[in-house]
Ligand binder design. Structure first.
Ligand code: ADP
Length: 460
């Protein structure tokens, strides 16, 4: 990596480890005695599109803001106070703390215990560019400049239970680093092909896009630009194979053009790769085998050629694991099975849906007589409260939150077996059944959700 790039990277990404002077508060002093954790946390800072503020200034202000909140801060988005932080309020759209350790995170972190990396980025508003085959009107691929506004928040919205997102991110980061440092793949074997497989609607395509977006932010110190090329393998092979051949050639010509620019990071997303195997099988059974086999082989050869370029990551998905072309499976380094959401994921997906309906005033929470409103507890807190004999439900608001969350848990149980895609549609379907569309009470809505889920499951 040349020295200019290293300087660029260093400027863009700052590692700040503070040695803190404990405050007078006794609790603070006790906390300050906790040993530093060998852990890196990430703050992703999205700068407003209108802002022309110097990057270093924004970075400095973010660091100061986090230091000010030094006792603790939670994972997820941080609110920026208009009065307290006017500069950040003017220039920054969002600050998100991304805990590298997804599973162990119980919300609160201590600023001085962790290494913090700050990544700054601005979203691209251009939208997708589409390449269509003139003669047949077939859309061969779509391209996006990353980080794109369309994918903002996508990563956070996808909920899995097994630390899967963290593994994928770590894997991809290492693969890109190895490539960048020129590690010889004959000596240390690795590649940059990821295959996500599992039932439809489990978020595979979205996860690929979100991963590309994340990596474009994490590597913006190393690459000047990132692009995502999205190819639908099904559409590539659904038409006559003679057309497919042309499409494949055109597609890889485009990819080649991009990757030759060494400071562009290119993500190639190939959706529904099972179509490759299907195309080969149809070909073997059909009358004109040679054409389609040639196309499938051409695609695999082109994919192999991509390996020699260090600035490209290939992301693939398949709905039918068994049907993925074996030649293709061999090419993927990481193969992750993405299953239906478990109870915890169902609960959290529904919780995020309900929060959105509350935010927009479509449904309402029961207003408690006290000053605080009740809220849905996270799954972890709910389970903790449910199993802890000394329930911290002293306050009535907490008790109300606890009971409401228990109802949500019952609804989530009724939803087991549904895909993430159906779960995200469920609130809409449930609301559509309401005779009175005006504001609906949350507890009542949860019951309707459970009924709707049962209907969806029985209609399969
Ligand atoms: P697939 O490629 O597996 O068919 P998609 O990426 O098309 O799935 O998923 C469609 C939508 O379903 C996603 O954009 C997301 O809104 C929702 N979804 C699916 N799985 C999940 C999940 N685990 N957590 C949250 N949302 C999900």
């Amino acid at each position: 990596c040349d020295s200019d790039r290293m300087v660029e990277l260093a400027n863009c990404m700052e590692v700040c480890q503070t040695s803190i002077v404990p405050s007078q508060d006794v609790q603070d002093v006790q906390l300050a005695r906790l040993p530093p954790i060998d852990k890196v946390d990430i703050a992703e800072v999205c700068i407003k599109p209108t802002s022309r503020a110097p990057i270093a200034e924004v970075q400095g202000q973010v660091k100061r803001m986090l230091e000010k909140r030094n006792l603790s801060y939670a994972n997820g988005p941080l609110s920026i106070a208009q009065d307290g932080e006017p500069f950040l309020f003017e220039h920054v759209q969002s600050i998100c703390i991304c805990d590298a350790d997804e599973q162990g995170s119980n919300g609160v972190l201590l600023f001085w215990q962790v290494n913090l990396k700050i990544y700054l980025y601005q979203l691209n508003d251009e939208g997708p560019g589409e390449e269509t085959e003139e003669t047949e009107g077939i859309s061969s691929f779509q391209e996006w400049v990353l980080p794109a506004r369309e994918f903002f928040g996508l990563w956070e919205s996808l909920i899995y239970d097994t630390g899967l997102k963290k593994r994928l991110l770590q894997y991809s980061e290492t693969a890109l680093l190895f490539a960048d440092k020129g590690v010889d793949s004959h000596l240390v074997s690795w590649n940059r092909v990821i295959l996500l497989h599992g039932p439809p609607g489990t978020g595979k395509t979205s996860l690929c896009k979100a991963l590309a977006q994340k990596l474009s932010i994490r590597f913006n110190g190393r690459y000047n630009q990132s692009q995502l090329i999205e190819v639908n393998a099904h559409s590539l092979f659904s038409k006559w194979f003679s057309e497919s051949g042309k499409l494949v050639t055109k597609l890889f010509y485009k990819i080649q053009e991009l990757i030759e620019e060494e400071d562009i990071l290119v993500f190639v997303l190939i959706d529904e790769v099972e179509s490759l195997a299907a195309a080969r099988q149809t070909a073997l059974a059909g009358s004109e085998p040679s054409d389609s086999i040639r196309v499938v082989n051409a695609l695999l050869t082109q994919l192999d050629k991509l390996k020699s370029w260090k600035n490209v990551v290939v992301l693939t998905t398949s709905n039918i694991t068994a049907a993925v072309d074996i030649a293709f499976v061999d090419r993927a380094d990481i193969k992750a099975y993405i299953g239906l959401p478990n109870l915890q994921a169902c609960y959290e997906i529904l919780r995020s849906c309900l929060k959105e309906l509350l935010r927009t005033g479509i449904i309402s929470l029961p207003m408690h007589a006290g000053t605080k409103e009740v809220d849905f507890l996270s799954f972890k807190t709910l389970i903790h409260w449910s199993t802890d004999s000394e329930q911290p439900c002293a306050e009535e608001e907490s008790e109300a939150s606890f009971h409401l969350s228990r109802s949500l848990l019952a609804t989530a149980q009724a939803c087991q077996g549904l895909s993430g895609r159906t779960l995200r549609k469920l609130p809409f379907l449930a609301h559509a059944t309401l005779a009175n569309k005006l504001i609906c009470d949350c507890s009542k809505f949860l019951l309707i959700l459970a009924d709707t889920a049962q209907r969806e499951l029985s209609e399969r």
